[in-house]
Ligand binder design. Structure first.
Ligand SMILES: C[S@@+](CC[C@H](N)C(=O)[O-])C[C@H]1O[C@@H](n2cnc3c(N)ncnc32)[C@H](O)[C@@H]1O
Length: 262
């Protein structure tokens, strides 16, 4: 089944309470933060894929595939309900779709940035996926209905991490699994190199390729404010998840958080 049309649901910005500082050091409310994130992704959408692949030297493809492989036991079940949250231009969704057998239920691909989602929907228009334009903190999805939620490089952008975890916990079935793929800040020599690249090179390269400074100044800031793995695992447990684990990818530059709804 192919459902290329974008299903538009609630698109108002996320609310929440994660403390954020703007580039000029001012405190920004969570809803202003969510609006800014939404606007930023809508602006960079036309160049998002190119920039992603150039700036990560294509390692992002390996991470998406590795994440999808971690959940083949669920993806291979044609009746499983799969949700790719913060799907953006759809590469994580495509990696998941590769593992779906014929005649499976469609993968749900959700994002609140219209321009990102439209590109994603074009990419998976010949595959079995449904695009849903909605806020990850208020998903138009029933309680206890999803077998697997993935989120690649999206969760970090939420204005309130607790609210995001609670919402994912709400829609997962008991026994359902969660996979959050995101950046982290490695330590040691790799950490030093990484910070130099992330803070000095990446914003300049990003500006050169996209003509815009903000998104690539925002990226290192957002990674810095994202909880370190042990803290993130504690937050997942506090929101009702069990078997929480983190697997570092590529020297801990990125990593996969996994957990199960008990
Ligand atoms: C860095 S992109 C990642 C896209 C894709 N998953 C990937 O791996 O390339 C982050 C995405 O998260 C989405 N996002 C951030 N906050 C969101 C929210 N509250 N609700 C829905 N989508 C959100 C953005 O619109 C953006 O498309």
């Amino acid at each position: 089944m192919t459902i290329p049309a974008t299903t538009r649901a609630k698109t108002s910005p996320a609310s929440g309470a994660e403390p954020i500082d703007s580039a000029d050091g001012q405190c920004v409310s969570p809803s202003e933060q969510a609006e800014a994130v939404q606007a930023m992704f809508n602006t960079i959408a036309p160049r998002y894929d190119l920039l992603n692949h150039v700036l990560s030297a294509n390692v992002d493809r390996v991470w998406w595939r590795r994440t999808a492989r971690a959940f083949t036991h669920i993806l291979q079940n044609p009746d499983a309900t799969i949700l790719d949250m913060c799907c953006g231009t759809g590469d994580m969704t495509l990696a998941l779709l590769r593992h779906r057998p014929a005649n499976s239920k469609p993968v749900l691909a959700l994002d609140f940035a219209h321009a990102m989602l439209v590109r994603g929907a074009q990419k998976f228009s010949s595959h079995n996926a449904i695009a849903i334009e909605a806020d990850a903190l208020h998903m138009p999805i029933c309680d206890n209905s999803v077998d697997l939620i993935t989120s690649a490089f999206g969760f970090r952008n939420l204005a309130n991490y607790e609210a995001g975890l609670v919402e994912m916990h709400r829609v997962l079935r008991p026994g359902g699994e969660l996979g959050i793929l995101d950046f982290s800040e490695p330590t040691g020599l790799i950490g030093k190199l990484y910070r130099f690249y992330f803070r000095q090179i990446l914003p300049r390269l990003g500006k050169l390729l996209s003509g815009s400074t903000a998104p690539y100044a925002y990226l290192p800031q957002s990674v810095h404010r994202f909880p370190a793995p042990l803290q993130m695992l504690a937050r997942m447990r506090a929101c009702g998840f069990s078997q929480a684990s983190w697997t570092p990818y590529t020297f801990g530059i990125a990593g996969l958080y996994r957990a199960v709804k008990a």
